[in-house]
Ligand binder design. Structure first.
Ligand code: GCU
Ligand code: CA
Length: 462
């Protein structure tokens, strides 16, 4: 539903605010060029694509046998940060197993970089022993590895990426999502100013100062970051509508967002490249399920979206992906969304409910008390959607996932589940296979998810 703006109310101005930046002193990493022994390149050391460092790069044999291996020296045991510099001039990711001292620890993807001469560094964290360690990339698809330039290695210096973390998932693909980066920064303390700034054209970072209430819709224009100041800023009564922009390139971060009676709180339609990160979204559950509409709804071929580190609490219709069983023509091949490290608490339906989208990636989320009645459920894959549901914690969830059974009037979708933890919860129903995830990511071990999500998710945690 689309509602035009109606009434602007002046919001409250919050007190003094302090921005905190943190930095960690770091020693320089050690660089291991792939062309220097004892590194091994199962392929050829080439120099025909510019931009490499040292005297060449590894062009691995285009097969799963075409590996690279580095031998690195760690000053101590612990967590090490790896920087793998690579180029992939194809449009297909070249995934590989990351093997440390003989054990596969991750499966990073080395996505297309645009050209063989465009080099990108992928950062990964692994545990290492003191002294010598082998770090190997074994390609897992017949295309083999991306071209590999070097490995930067540092133990201890850089902590594992934590919240606020970087952007991970679908919003990083096809050009990425940068919001208002490169534009000016403005601070708004009234709903009317927020609306003016959000609807203005051009790149802009809009800092929302205080809890601003107004009714109606703010039609966010392209290239915006809307970020709350401190822990207690945000909006109520308002729909943030992101519509008809490919790419939209919008980031919504660190906001408290209230459910909107009769409409969606965040509504993305026919728009791509949106990152919804570290927000606290809540309403009330005393009314009937339709009193509020969706909290975050993605429809009409919305695409390239990441929803990370949010708390969603006390809401019925949490996140609808694809609005109609009859909309395959527009939606199929789109609706690609990543949900990770969100805390869904007392969200009784649709966290998310997906039609057509593939592969919607739901990993490392914590679901608690999704058990209001016998129809409550967390995740549904419908109408041949494809979901990868990975490393999530379900506690007191009536039904963790629907897929093979369909749901309501919708036909079944596909769903692959792995490494989830279910306590006092109905099953995560699986069905068939889904397309591979093309981007690099690290799924946390499920044992750490509840503590990291409850500590790190929501507004005020950046
Ligand atoms: C091309 C390119 C190589 C690359 C190879 C591949 O041949 O020149 O540098 O390694 O493609 O697809 O792996
Ligand atoms: Ca090659």
């Amino acid at each position: 539903m689309r509602v035009r703006p109606m009434i602007a109310c002046i919001g409250l101005l919050a007190g003094a605010l302090v921005a905190v930046a943190s930095s960690t002193a770091q020693a320089a990493p050690t660089r291991y060029e792939v062309e220097n022994s004892p590194a091994v390149c199962s392929g050829t050391i080439d120099s025909n694509w510019s931009g490499y460092s040292g005297s060449g790069f590894c062009n691995g044999t285009n097969a799963t046998s075409g590996y690279v291996q580095f031998t690195v020296n760690a000053s101590a045991s612990g967590t090490a940060t790896l920087g793998v510099r690579f180029a992939n001039g194809t449009t297909t990711a070249r995934p590989a197993n990351l093997v440390v001292n003989g054990s596969t620890v991750q499966a990073p993807s080395f996505e297309g970089t645009g050209a063989w001469s465009t080099w990108v560094t992928k950062t990964l964290s692994v545990s290492v022993n003191a002294g010598s360690n082998t770090i190997r990339l074994n390609p897992t698809t017949a295309g083999g590895l991306a071209n590999i330039d070097y490995l930067d290695f540092e133990v201890g210096g850089t902590p594992q990426p934590q919240p606020p973390g970087g952007i991970v998932g679908w919003a990083t693909q096809a050009g990425g999502t940068t919001g208002g980066a490169g534009g000016s920064t403005v601070t708004v303390s009234s709903w009317a100013d927020l609306r003016t700034q959000a609807q203005a054209s051009g790149a802009r970072t809009i800092l929302v100062n205080g809890m601003l209430s107004g009714s109606g819709t703010i039609e966010v224009s392209a290239n915006k970051t809307i970020r709350g100041v401190g822990a207690n800023s945000g909006i109520s009564g308002t729909t943030l509508n992101i519509e008809d922009m490919t790419p939209a390139n919008v980031i919504i971060q660190n906001m408290n967002i209230r459910g909107v009676p009769g409409n969606d709180a965040i509504q993305v339609e026919s728009a791509t490249h949106v990152w919804i990160d570290h927000n606290t979204l809540s309403s009330t559950i005393e009314n009937d399920p339709d009193f509020y509409d969706g909290m975050m709804d993605f429809t009409h071929a919305a695409d390239y979206i990441t929803v990370s580190w949010n708390v969603v609490r006390n809401h019925w219709k949490t996140s609808l992906v694809g609005h109609s069983d009859g909309n395959a023509g527009e939606d199929r091949g789109h609706l690609r969304i990543t949900y990770h490290h969100n805390w869904f608490d007392r969200t009784f339906e649709r966290s998310p409910r997906v039609r057509f989208g593939e592969t919607v990636h739901v990993f490392n989320n914590y679901y608690s008390n999704v058990n209001n009645n016998s129809d409550s459920y967390a995740i549904a894959s419908l109408m041949d959607a494809g979901l990868l549901v990975e490393g999530n914690v379900f506690e007191n969830v009536q039904q963790a996932c629907w897929s093979a059974s369909g749901y309501a009037d919708s036909d079944p979708g596909r769903l692959v589940a792995r490494n989830n933890s279910l306590t006092n919860s109905g099953p995560c129903e699986i069905n068939g296979t889904v397309a591979a995830i093309p981007y690099g990511y690290t799924a946390d071990g499920v044992g750490t998810v509840k503590s990291s999500v409850t500590a790190g998710a929501g507004a005020g945690k950046l």
